[in-house]
Structures are given as C-alpha cells and as structure tokens.
Design a protein around this ligand. Sequence first.
Ligand code: UDP
Length: 391
Amino acid sequence: MIRPLFIVGTRPGAIKVAPVVRATKEHPALDPIMLASGQHPELVRDALATFALRADAELDLGPPSGGLDEMAARLLDSLSAAIDRVRPDVVVVLGDTTTAAMGAQAAFYGEVPIWHIEAGLRTSAANRPFPEEMHRRLISRLATVHLAPTASARQNLLSEGIADSQIMLTGNTVVDALQFVVAQRATAANPTVASLIDSPGPVAVVTMHRRENWHEGIRRVACATLRLLDRRPELRVVHSAHPNPIVRNDVHALLDGHPRAVVTAPLEYGDFALLLARAKFAITDSGGIQEEAPSLGTPVLVARRETERTEGLRAGVAMLVGTDEDRIVADAERLLDGTSGLASTVAQMNPYGDGRAGQRIAHALATRLANVIVLRRSDGEEPPLAAAGTE
Ligand code: UDP
C-alpha cells in the first residue's frame, strides 16, 4: 500500500483536502494518514467533521505567540519530527499556508517526495498576499508533483520552468467539497442561519481575514456595510468573523447592535455553503469563497487590490473592488438593483473545477507512485528523490 501523509493546518486547508482524503481512503492501493499541524486546531477539527473525517494525529504547537516566524519555526520542528516518525511515501500539502510551506520544507529535509495541491496560483508581487504568495512560490521550488487547479495555474508553473510532466491539471478540490456538503443537507443546522435563509429580502455575506486588510481594510468594509444597511432598509448582512481577535474585534466594534447586521463566529461549512447559496452577493477577501461562489450562482465583490483567482474575474462572476467604501457601496447597490454586469453572468459552469479533483488526485497518487514502491521493494532500498513522482 502507498502511504501518503496529508498535512493540514487551517480551515480552508481542511475543507480542500477532505475530498482528496476521502477518495484516497476508498482507493485499494492507498493507505492515507492525515496530520493536523495545530495551526488552527478547532477550525480544522470542525471542518473535517463536516466530511466525517478526523485527523490521525494532531500536533500541539503550544500557545500562539502571534509571530509568523515563531509559528513557522514551531511548525518546521514538529512536522519534521512527525515525518520522521511516519516515514510516508509522499507528503501532500495544499495551498499557501504556513503549515503547507513548513510541511514541504520538512518533507524536503526528510527526503520525502512532495505533492502540492492547488499549485501555481500567482499574483504579480512576491509579498502580496503576505505571506501566502511567497509560501506558494517556495512550495513550487520544493514539490515533486504540482497539482494545478486551473489551466492558468498550470501556465504559471510552466512559465517558471517547471516541466510539463511534473504538472497535472486537476480542478480545485473545493468544488468537490462544496458539492459534497450541498448534496448532504437541505436545511441549515444553525437556527439563525436557517431563519435568515427562510425569510424574504436580500442577504449579503461578508468575510474578511487577510493580513493586508487587518485594521484599516476590515474597518472600511464594515463601514461600507453600515452605509449599505442605511441606504437599503430591506437588506440584511451576515458577517462571519474570523476567530483571530485582531479581525474579530474590529468587526464587532463597528457592527454589533445594528438590527440588520449579524456578526457570527465561524459557521459550520455546510451551513455557510447554504447561506452563501442564498445570498444576493458576497463581499470577501477569501480565496475559497471566490472559488465556491460560481457553483452557487452568487456574485462576489473581492475586497483586495489583486487576486490570484483571475478565472472568476474573466468569467464575470467576481469583481475586484478593493476596500474603498464608495466603490463597495456603489457596486453592491448595482447588484441589489440587478444592474451590475456580474448579476446577469452568474450560474455558469464553475471555472475552478468540476467536482472530480479528489478522484483525479487519488488516482494519480496510486498510479504515479506505484513504480516507486515496486522499485523500493525489489531493491530493498529507497529510490532517489528525483525518481519519485515521475511516470
Ligand atoms: N467558511 C466556513 N464558515 C464560515 C466562513 C467561511 O466554512 O463561517 C469556509 C468558506 O466556505 C471557504 C473557507 O471557509 O471554503 C474560506 O476560508 P478563509 O476565508 O478563512 O480562507 P481562504 O479561502 O482565504 O484561504
């Protein structure tokens, strides 16, 4: 059996890896192990539970210090030790989190091949978004196999000199995850969400968490929300506040007490998906929501200066609005009035995936690594790192 070690640390990581882990569990040639890094332990536990999954082991990183450097150092240390203990055939990391970057680095030092899910996303600046853009660039230097979600991600990797034979176009696993939860439930478990979904009138969903938007950007989006609520008495807004206190405190300080604003703790993924499907539009700096919204027919105002998810912009389902209050209010009102270019172009095929990425990745793990396992068994020794992951 081939033993892939999946390393996850954050909510989007858990949501996006879940369909792959489920597919590998069903594959007769694969014996997956899932390790939670301890970066966001509760969010990861909750997200995995939605998919009836639990990590096989969870690392304890100790009390958070707030510093990225300390978090990275603790992760590198703990993940290296875990890789040494497990001795997997391959380490699989996803996306651009500190967990993914340090997981890849630890696997490199442990001389274990690295597969990177959601490879090839790029913006034009190495430090924007910070630190994610540099994380994904570093992982691309370390990885053996690059699982690109879209054709443009694949093109980005080719432009950086990565061999075509090391890239696979898979679709984004978030589309699989979304299809799974939407098929599982018709109504929301959370009573506040269920009543919002059932009541008439437009609902907007807001989430903000990126470092580049901490303080000023998040406050500007909350102020734009208040202005919209003033101008549109029929509108209700749900702001799902990230648990990071730097983010959460600003949102509560500005929106608490408004009768048509609901500030919630993170919602369970299935409930959040139902709410997003019901929403007239979303305002967000999230990557995952940009990828999910097209499947749900929900247009997205992207509260960032630049996005690596350009497919949604090109498909006319998302629009970059930054965090300028006037711009957000004007574009949101156009969506409410049905006069936005976005409103008429939603509900097309999702440009990010078709819901079969997990199956493709499981199949690739079983077939591309089969040679490596046979080689190792017949020679009685590990193959060179370069042999792993090649056809
Ligand atoms: N999400 C969720 N509950 C919430 C808000 C978001 O399950 O209350 C999901 C959302 O559907 C998406 C993911 O969390 O799949 C996005 O996470 P986040 O915005 O933290 O990270 P990013 O996508 O920017 O990496």
